[in-house]
Design a protein around this ligand. Structure first.
Ligand SMILES: [Zn+2]
Length: 231
C-alpha cells in the first residue's frame, strides 16, 4: 500500500484501502495480509475484479524478510529499528523500480525514527551511526557527481539513511550494492547493447540488497575482511 500510494503523494492513513476497479472499500476482514487474497482468489468481493498478486507477494516478501531478521538477530529491542529499516528497504527498492524515485516522504521519517530508536536501544553507538550516515551520504554524493547518469539524489539520501541504521556495516552494504549493480549493468550491455545501459538502471534496489545483507551479516563481513587482509 505504501509502495502504491507514496509516489502518488497520497496519504497512507486515509482513505481506507479500496478496490482499484469498483472503488468499494476493503472490509477489515478482507484486509488480512496474503490470507485474504488467497481466500478471495485474487478477486474483489464486490465486483469480482482482479486484484494484482503484487500485493500478497510484497506482503509475503516482507513477512519472510522480517522472519529472517528476527531469526538471525534475535527477538530483542533491536527489532525496533531492524524491522522498520528492512521494510523501508523493500518499499524504496520497489518504488524505484516502478517510478525511478526514492521518496523523501519515506526517507525522512525513517531517518528520524532510526536516530530515535537507536537512542533508546543502543545509545553508545550513536556517534558511529551518525558518522556512518554522513560518510555514506558524502561518498555517494561524490559518486553521483562523477557519474551522474547512474545515480540520483534519492540514492545519495538513501545511502545516508542506511549509514544511520548500519553504522560501519554500511561499508559492506555499499560494496555489495556497487558490485551487484555493476554485474547487472554488464549483463544488460551483453544482452541488449550499450544503448540499453544508457537508459539507466535504478540503483536503490541494489542499495536495498546491500542494506539487507549488511543488516543480517555486516559485522561478520567486516570481521572476515579484517581477519583475511589485515592480520
Ligand atoms: Zn471491486
Amino acid at each position: 500500500m505504501v509502495i502504491h500510494r507514496v509516489p502518488l503523494g497520497e496519504s497512507i492513513l486515509r482513505p481506507r484501502s479500496r478496490c482499484p476497479q469498483c472503488g468499494a472499500p476493503i472490509r477489515s476482514r478482507d484486509n488480512v495480509p496474503v490470507i485474504s487474497w488467497l481466500v478471495l482468489r485474487g478477486r474483489c468481493r464486490d465486483c469480482g475484479g482482479r486484484i494484482s498478486p503484487r500485493y500478497p507477494l510484497v506482503e509475503l516478501l516482507t513477512a519472510v524478510v522480517f522472519g529472517v531478521v528476527g531469526a538471525v538477530s534475535g527477538l530483542d529491542a533491536d527489532l525496533l529499528w531492524e524491522l522498520p529499516f528492512a521494510a523501508m528497504l523493500i518499499a524504496v527498492a520497489l518504488i524505484d523500480l516502478d517510478h525511478r524515485i526514492v521518496p523523501n516522504a519515506i526517507l525522512l521519517p525513517v531517518a528520524v525514527w532510526g536516530v530515535a530508536a537507536s537512542a533508546l536501544t543502543r545509545p553508545g553507538e550513536l556517534p558511529e551511526l551518525l558518522a556512518a550516515g554522513a560518510g555514506a551520504f558524502c561518498f555517494l554524493l561524490a559518486a553521483a557527481l562523477v557519474h551522474p547518469r547512474g545515480m540520483g539524489m534519492g540514492d545519495v539520501k538513501l545511502a545516508g539513511v542506511m549509514g544511520l541504521y548500519l553504522g560501519l556495516s554500511v561499508v559492506p552494504a555499499l560494496l555489495i550494492a556497487f558490485l551487484a549493480g555493476s554485474l547487472v549493468g554488464v549483463g544488460i550491455v551483453a544482452r541488449h547493447g550499450a544503448a540499453a545501459r544508457k537508459r539507466g538502471v535504478p540503483f536503490a534496489p541494489f542499495l536495498a540488497l546491500g542494506g539487507l545483507v549488511a543488516l543480517l551479516a555486516g559485522p561478520d563481513l567486516i570481521a572476515l575482511y579484517r581477519d583475511r587482509f589485515l592480520s
